[in-house]
Design a protein around this ligand. Structure first.
Ligand code: HEC
Ligand code: HEC
Length: 256
């Protein structure tokens, strides 16, 4: 996309500081997380968490004062802007600076009402390589192990959906909590907690069977970590965007 476009511009301006291959690479989800971390460490104290704290400067909405190319922003990060308070950031490597730029660009993109992903490709990933149906249900198809996603777009924004995919355990809704018990006879059962009170526990086990237990008959019980896999390492940011684009179409009753 933009990156590939700027890559060809870059080849014409070989006098620039940046190694072209660096920017031509397709950034992955984990690159974006690294970029986010670098932003918090090196930039947010001046620019603010959303990048818009400095008057007339807005880093988080693809709203720069000039239509900078990616490599121009890398150069600004590495060298600062002479004769202004914008400092050079010597601790940042070129690679990190490129991740930072990818992160800033992605913030701008997730602002758009239409995500840059492709719905059909996202659906294919969801039903295929993503193995999402092993745990999730959409309009009655799939599994009840994880939360039902049939109307996920009504309760989650594109940015929140992206976060669920990259950092699954960061915000778990109360109904999505996983629970494990061990009975006095030694049986271990884990699954999704449906309900519990002072004496009993009801849960869906990993075979999707409703199970009920008396707490007095249990050796141990408690929350266990949900196992929604993080997609940050094996998926490109384009694939994540495709999945998010598909998920944002999920409103119960809407044509799928
Ligand atoms: C010490 C405070 C400070 C820090 C730290 C800082 N900046 Fe800046 N930055 C500024 C100021 C002030 C300006 C506006 C300079 C000017 O007047 O041209 C600026 C301008 C910029 C611009 C130009 C924006 C535009 O629209 O022209 C970019 C891009 C930028 N900063 C990125 C970053 C990034 C990325 C980091 C972290 C690696 C960072 N800055 C760290 C203070 C800071
Ligand atoms: C091994 C089971 C498993 C697989 C496979 C899985 N998920 Fe999940 N997913 C979960 C669980 C459990 C949760 C609830 C805990 C959480 O929010 O982290 C969850 C949460 C989510 C949420 C947040 C739901 C909400 O209510 O906010 C989304 C979106 C999601 N998954 C999408 C996906 C997609 C897309 C895939 C395939 C690429 C996938 N999941 C694969 C188990 C799974």
């Amino acid at each position: 996309m933009t990156i590939r476009f700027f890559h060809s511009v870059l080849l014409l301006c070989s006098a620039l500081l940046v190694v072209p291959e660096l920017l031509a690479q397709h950034e992955t989800g984990s690159d974006l997380l690294n970029g986010e971390r670098a932003f918090r460490d090196y930039c947010a104290n001046c620019h603010g968490p959303d990048g818009d704290l400095i008057k007339e400067v807005d880093l988080g909405h693809n709203n720069f004062r000039q239509p900078y190319s990616d490599q121009e922003i890398v150069a600004i990060i590495m060298n600062g802007i002479p004769n202004t308070p914008m400092p050079a950031t010597p601790r940042v490597s070129e690679e990190q600076a490129a991740m930072l730029v990818a992160y800033l660009r992605s913030l701008g993109e997730s602002d758009d009402t239409s995500v840059s992903g492709n719905v059909a490709r996202g659906k294919t990933l969801y039903e295929g390589r993503g193995e999402c149906m092993d745990c999730h249900m959409i309009n009655g198809k799939g599994s009840v192990l994880g939360p039902d996603l049939s109307s996920i777009a009504l309760v989650r924004s594109a940015a929140e959906l992206e976060k669920s995919l990259l950092e699954p355990n960061s915000e778990v809704q109360p109904g999505n909590r996983f629970y494990s018990v061990q009975t006095l006879r030694g049986e271990k059962v884990s699954g999704r907690l449906l309900n519990h009170d002072a004496f009993t526990i009801q849960m869906l086990d990993s075979n999707e069977k409703l199970r009920a237990f008396e707490k007095s008959q249990l050796l141990s019980f408690g929350f266990s970590n949900p196992d929604m896999p993080s997609l940050s390492t094996d998926y490109t940011s384009q694939e994540i965007a495709d999945l998010v684009a598909y998920l944002t179409t999920l409103r119960r009753g809407a044509a799928q």
